[in-house]
Each structure stands twice: as structure tokens, then as C-alpha cells.
Design a protein around this ligand. Structure first.
Ligand SMILES: [Zn+2]
Ligand SMILES: [Zn+2]
Length: 246
């Protein structure tokens, strides 16, 4: 082998070794050889219009769902791409505990489809800042926001919003308690958000209380609009079932 060809050979071998060590695996079931296998793709529940104009849950009998008529969320709106169940739940679990950026990029592709489906617009993306509960794994919101921002060629500024108060886990809390739990928990920096249309990105939306608390801080700092955008949405019951153990 000549010296000239050596780097190509090394590059090919490196790729093969990396593929052997880290083969592409289905984001849902973990099957090797797929980033998203056909059976997981078929089992995932897309969240399709018509939806409540405010909270984004499936809704066809009027503009707003009964909950938003009675007690509206204080932000421009929330949109989610999938219902939180089956392979989508598994995929988020993988992202949380394996933290592979390639996985976040696969999931950002699904979010790009949702972004187009709901004709979302933004000047910048901001991930929901990490909470103590999330510290058990990777910060999925930041990874998804980063991969989505690359896909949309939009800026992503995690430093624009920070958590100023630790909040107990929202798991199992009623809607009104969730709101109290996160009220005043965030602070936004006007240097990044003043006069901007902001989209706050998270992995899952349950009641919308966290996104609403983020929005309150962002409006306070001069954002002109604030939408929430999540990969998945908990539908029915409103309780967030804990992720299975790895
Ligand atoms: Zn699969
Ligand atoms: Zn609603």
C-alpha cells in the first residue's frame, strides 16, 4: 500500500470499526440496522390537525378545547408532533439515558415534519432549562432544540432562559398545583429575546404548565410571541407516567 492511499484506508477502517462498536439502532425498539424501523414508524401516533388552537391537543369541536375555554394557558400556543406512547415514549427514554446526538437528529427530523404541519414560525429556539428531575439523565430538551435549530437554520440560545428556582417534580400533580409549582421558576434575558418570536422546545408536554412559566419570563423580557413546541404530548388523564427503568 502506498503512502498516498493510507489515509483513505484509515478512514474506511475507522468507519467500519465505529459501525461495529455503535451500529445504527432503531430509536424505538433498538433493532440494529435502522434509525427508525418500519414497525415503530407504523406504531407511533402522529398528532394531526384539527387541534385545539391554544394547547394543541386533538380537538375538532370548535376552536378551543373545554379546558382552554375554562382556564386558558397564558402563552400563544403549544404544538406537539406525536402522542406520548409506544415507540415515541421508548425513543425519548433512549435519548434521556443514552444521550446520543445522532438519536436527537433522527427525532429532530420528525419535529421538522411537525413544524411544517403546524406552520410554526420563530426567530429563535430556546430549550426548557434543566430541572433537578432531568439531571438523572441527559437534557433531551437541549439536544432536541439543538438538532431542530440546525434543521431549521434558526439560532438556538439556551442562555436566554434560566431556571432561578428549583422546583419539585411535576409528576402526579394536578393542573393547578403544577402551575403554582413552576410559577416564577424562570428568568429570561432581554438581550436575547426582546422583540423576538420565541419557540420554547421540550421533549414532552403534559399540562403545559412548565411551558407557560417559561413564556411568562420571556414575555416579561420583551418577547413578542412565545409558542411551546414538543416532540410528544401526553393525552388523557393528564398524569405523566414515569419512564421505565433502563
Ligand atoms: Zn423499531
Ligand atoms: Zn386546549
Amino acid at each position: 500500500m502506498s503512502l498516498f492511499r493510507f489515509p483513505q484506508w484509515i478512514a474506511r477502517l475507522t468507519e467500519e470499526v465505529l459501525d461495529l462498536l455503535f451500529p445504527s439502532r432503531c430509536a424505538g425498539c433498538g433493532r440494529p440496522g435502522w434509525s427508525w424501523c418500519p414497525s415503530c414508524a407504523a406504531a407511533a401516533s402522529l398528532l394531526l390537525p384539527p387541534v385545539c388552537s391554544l394547547c394543541g391537543i386533538p380537538w375538532s369541536r370548535g376552536e378551543r378545547c373545554p379546558r382552554c375555554e375554562a382556564d386558558p394557558l397564558h402563552l400563544d400556543g403549544v404544538r406537539s408532533c406525536y402522542i406520548y406512547s409506544g415507540p415515541i415514549r421508548q425513543a425519548l427514554h433512549r435519548l434521556k439515558f443514552h444521550g446520543r446526538y445522532r438519536l436527537a437528529q433522527t427525532m429532530a427530523m420528525w419535529m421538522l415534519e411537525g413544524w411544517a404541519r403546524f406552520t410554526m414560525e420563530a426567530d429563535l429556539l430556546i430549550p426548557v432549562p434543566t430541572s433537578r428531575a432531568r439531571q438523572r439523565g441527559y437534557n433531551q430538551a437541549a439536544m432536541l432544540a439543538q438538532a431542530l435549530a440546525e434543521g431549521l437554520t434558526l439560532p438556538m440560545h439556551p442562555q436566554a432562559l434560566r431556571r432561578v428556582r428549583a422546583t419539585p417534580s411535576q409528576v402526579g400533580l394536578a393542573q393547578n398545583v403544577r402551575r403554582e409549582n413552576v410559577r416564577g421558576a424562570f428568568l429570561a434575558d432581554p438581550r436575547w429575546v426582546q422583540g423576538k418570536r420565541v419557540v420554547v422546545v421540550d421533549d414532552v408536554c403534559t399540562s403545559g404548565a412548565t411551558l407557560e412559566a417559561c413564556a411568562a419570563a420571556l414575555y416579561q423580557a420583551g418577547a413578542t410571541s412565545v409558542w411551546g413546541f414538543t416532540l410528544a404530548r401526553v393525552i388523557g388523564g393528564g398524569s405523566f407516567s414515569p419512564l421505565p427503568k433502563v
